[in-house]
Design a protein around this ligand. Structure first.
Ligand code: HEC
Length: 235
């Protein structure tokens, strides 16, 4: 009899809890962009992002200001999705909490982040920044490979940091709406990125040469040993 009463209580409790666990907003079925952005804004408010982030002066200080988030070229849709799903995987040591989101919420929140743009950048500048980022990414991979082979590539690391500093400067200019020097910084970032890539490539060539030299040397030694052996046998 007591077991039945307890089961009845459990049933009632579960019936009341089910509606509470559902989101209290309707998820839009369409993929219309402005609707997605509006839904993303709802998700932003409901998930408590505002506690740590500011948009246009409203919100907390624990995380970066998101007012011009959409202007940060390196933070594209892919970046945001990875960042929301697992922040430390894109920002090593990140203290931003992982936030449970449905696939729909993830896309909408990303669309909302990308819509936070205060300035449209001239297309050529945007293209140049993107290219500099891609080149730097490639250079990073190259530097890591060379390091694995035991080469000392400190000067490449220094150049790499310079390249990133230029790109950060550009991001800051966009944040502060100071677009005056942006062409100069973009050119320098692009040039530094190209230089590093060139260096990485010549290092790779040098490595290949060393491998070939080593192989030839080993073959020569083997031949000499064999010849010596044959001579010894004849004696
Ligand atoms: C407990 C505080 C906290 C909460 C809540 C939080 N964040 Fe963050 N967020 C951070 C911190 C700290 C960083 C900096 C580290 C990083 O980039 O991961 C950050 C970084 C970010 C960045 C990258 C900003 C940049 O310019 O580098 C975005 C975008 C972002 N958060 C969006 C959100 C959204 C959207 C939510 C709500 C779903 C949210 N955050 C909730 C603390 C928080």
């Amino acid at each position: 009899m007591r077991g039945l009463v307890i089961r009845l209580y459990l049933c009632v409790a579960v019936t009341f809890l089910i509606p509470l666990s559902k989101p209290c907003y309707a998820e839009p079925a369409t993929t219309d962009m402005s609707e997605s952005i509006a839904f993303g804004k709802d998700v932003y408010n409901l998930k408590g992002c505002i506690g740590c982030h500011k948009i246009a002066g409203m919100g907390g200080d624990l995380g970066p200001d998101l007012t011009n988030q959409g202007n940060i070229i390196s933070h594209d849709a892919e970046w945001h999705k990875r960042h929301f799903t697992d922040p430390p995987s894109v920002v090593p040591g990140s203290t931003m909490p992982r936030i449970e989101l449905t696939e729909n919420e993830l896309s909408a929140l990303t669309a909302f982040m990308l819509s936070l743009r205060s300035e449209e950048l001239p297309k050529d500048v945007e293209g140049a920044i993107k290219m500099a980022h891609e080149k730097l990414d490639e250079a990073r991979k190259g530097i890591d490979e060379i390091k694995k082979s035991g080469f000392n590539v400190d000067h490449l690391e220094v150049k790499y940091v310079q390249g990133w500093t230029h790109l950060e400067t550009i991001n800051n200019m966009i944040y502060t709406h100071n677009l005056a020097g942006i062409y100069k910084e973009t050119e320098e970032a692009g040039a530094t990125a190209k230089e590093i890539l060139q260096d990485v490539l010549s290092y790779n060539k040098e490595l290949e040469h060393r491998v070939i030299q080593a192989v030839v040397l080993i073959i020569l030694i083997v031949i000499m040993v064999v010849l010596l052996f044959i001579k010894l046998l004849r004696v």
